[in-house]
Design a protein around this ligand. Structure first.
Ligand SMILES: C[S@@+](CC[C@H](N)C(=O)[O-])C[C@H]1O[C@@H](n2cnc3c(N)ncnc32)[C@H](O)[C@@H]1O
Ligand code: SF4
Length: 351
């Protein structure tokens, strides 16, 4: 990995230093090009041609586009990027009526080894830099503008575990807030449950949303599905969420990928409802059927079972929403991002 400064590595103030000697109004034009228009230096025709060429060299992009896939309904776009060093990561843009959500990667691969997740199956390559994270949002914003959508939400639910790269992820959050003008309430960080990261988030100044990928509400099953649970078991996770809620008072969500016969039984709903109640502000559960990945042969629950499970949770006093899967046919849905990496085959269904 090189130490070259890429175009989204720098804050607005640092931009003036990098472009030392450039008049302030020109620096502002560069900033507008990067953050308001999200375009390339070659597009900035308000700047002299020679300066545009120089900027391209001074501030190179961090991401090289490899492919862009679009879902059948045209509403989900998956970008595959190559990083300096050859690693590959993916970003997903989900278009809604007049807005858009960007699902951003925080690492190339992931070391957490959740067997049902394509990124976990691929293993860990490296942390992404701040510039690589921020550029994913800029490039997706540009694509959204092409179809008259505004990026309204960013979710750190792409490749990698954001809390394993917490300081860079946080710096990128500050940039989204400061440079793109995104409200912290429209930014969600999803974690598998790294407690130091959750604790660090409680001390951070912006009130972003916290999502915890729970998937099992007893340690035996969670140890199997989410191996990091052996280090940070459910009781400690509940305590960390409660410490977080003491500071933030913003509801935490629990993500629950429903796996046929594994975590979709009546007793799983009862255990989950009980964990939700242990939080000082009851958690909200997001249910999605498990998406297929090459290395995990067990099926997702049927939609009928997902709705029954939701109803059961509601009857037990827990709030739950069934989330729609988008972009499954282009492998852009939750847990399907592998950026073409080989995966480990052979995880089996648990009883
Ligand atoms: C890919 S992870 C990235 C963020 C973070 N590492 C985490 O686990 O929360 C985003 C979400 O996708 C979920 N996920 C992973 N594999 C999945 C699959 N095959 N089907 C459905 N959801 C999956 C994760 O559990 C998590 O809730
Ligand atoms: S679910 Fe999240 S933590 Fe687990 S392997 Fe996938 S990306 Fe990593």
């Amino acid at each position: 990995m090189t130490t070259t400064v890429t175009r989204y590595d720098v804050t607005r103030d640092q931009l003036a230093d990098v472009l030392d000697g450039t008049p302030r109004y020109r620096v502002d034009q560069v900033w507008q090009g990067l953050y308001e228009h999200c375009t390339e230096p070659s597009d900035w025709t308000n700047l002299p041609k020679a300066m545009r060429a120089e900027l391209d060299e001074q501030l190179p992009p961090a991401l090289t586009s490899v492919t862009e896939s679009v879902s059948n309904d045209g509403n989900t776009v998956k970008f595959l990027w190559e990083l300096d060093g050859g690693e590959r990561v993916e970003t997903v843009l989900m278009l809604y009526r007049d807005r858009a959500t960007v699902c951003v990667s925080s690492q190339a691969g992931c070391a957490m080894a959740c067997g049902f997740c394509a990124t976990g199956q691929a293993g860990f390559s490296r942390h992404l830099t701040v510039g690589e994270i921020v550029e994913q949002i800029a490039r997706a914003t540009r694509r959204a503008k092409d179809v008259d959508r505004r990026v309204s939400n960013v979710v750190y639910m792409g490749m990698g575990e954001p809390m394993a790269n917490e300081s860079r992820v946080w710096e990128s959050v500050e940039r989204l807030h400061g440079d793109f003008g995104l409200s912290a309430r429209h930014i969600t960080i999803s974690t598998v449950g790294l407690l130091p990261g959750i604790r660090a988030l409680a001390d951070r100044p912006l009130p972003v949303n916290l999502a915890v990928s729970l998937h099992a509400a007893n340690d035996e099953l969670r140890n199997e599905l989410v191996p990091i649970n052996r280090r940070y078991p459910i009781d400690d996770l509940v305590d960390a969420c409660n410490d977080y809620l003491a500071v933030r008072n913003r509801r935490v969500s629990f993500e629950w990928a429903m796996i046929d016969g594994v975590n979709d039984r009546d007793r799983d709903a009862a255990e989950l409802a009980s964990v939700c109640r242990r939080l000082r502000l009851p958690a909200h559960v997001n249910l999605i059927p498990l998406n297929p990945t090459p290395g995990y042969p067990t099926r997702g629950s049927t939609l009928k079972r997902v709705h029954e499970f939701r109803d059961l949770l509601e009857s037990l006093g827990a709030n739950a929403t069934v989330r729609q899967n988008r972009g499954t046919e282009i492998d852009a849905a939750c847990g399907q991002l592998a950026a073409g990496q080989p995966v480990t085959l052979g995880r089996k269904k648990t009883d």
